[in-house]
Design a binder for this molecule. Structure first.
Ligand code: ADP
Ligand code: MG
Length: 142
């Protein structure tokens, strides 16, 4: 079993897609191990996306991710990281495959509805950005 961090981004929440996106995730066989409705400050968004500092879209990304509520989630499944990236589709919703979450619910390349970790190592780092281990259900619980 593997874990990944998903985030429903502010655009999708504002448009009322959170329930549909969670349904999509559950139907794809992921188990939700932790979930919260929260928001992050520009400084926190900047730290979360620090790897992109200096890129032309960085300031917009930080502003966007701190512009409204988000729903971070810990998801578990075999091959969770790669399978979730497949489920969400390409970064640009216009290029994402039919039926993917970004194709269905994304707005544009910046406001693309969801985040998914890009490696198991980054998944564990990103999970602990939002959740302590005590907040995450363990296999004995669910
Ligand atoms: P992904 O989220 O698919 O892993 P990246 O890690 O490359 O994509 O980028 C992180 C986030 O930054 C994207 O999900 C998107 O919100 C934003 N972003 C990336 N590239 C661009 C771009 N060229 N223009 C605007 N926003 C972008
Ligand atoms: Mg990425």
């Amino acid at each position: 079993m593997q874990r990944t961090l998903a985030i429903i981004k502010p655009d999708a929440l504002k448009k009322g897609y959170a329930g549909k996106i969670i349904d999509h995730i559950l139907n794809a066989g992921f188990t939700i191990k932790a979930l919260k409705l929260t928001r992050i400050s520009p400084a926190q968004a900047g730290a979360f996306y620090a790897v992109h500092r200096g890129r032309p879209f960085y300031d917009d990304l930080v502003q966007f991710m701190s512009s409204g509520p988000i729903i971070p989630m810990v998801l578990e499944k075999e091959n969770a990281v790669a399978d979730f990236r497949s489920l969400i589709g390409a970064t640009d919703p216009a290029e994402a495959a039919e039926g993917t979450i970004r194709k269905l619910y994304g707005t544009d390349k910046g406001q693309n509805a969801v985040h998914g970790s890009d490696s198991p190592e980054n998944a564990e780092i990103e999970i602990h950005f939002f959740f302590s281990e005590a907040e995450i259900l363990q296999n004995s619980e669910a």
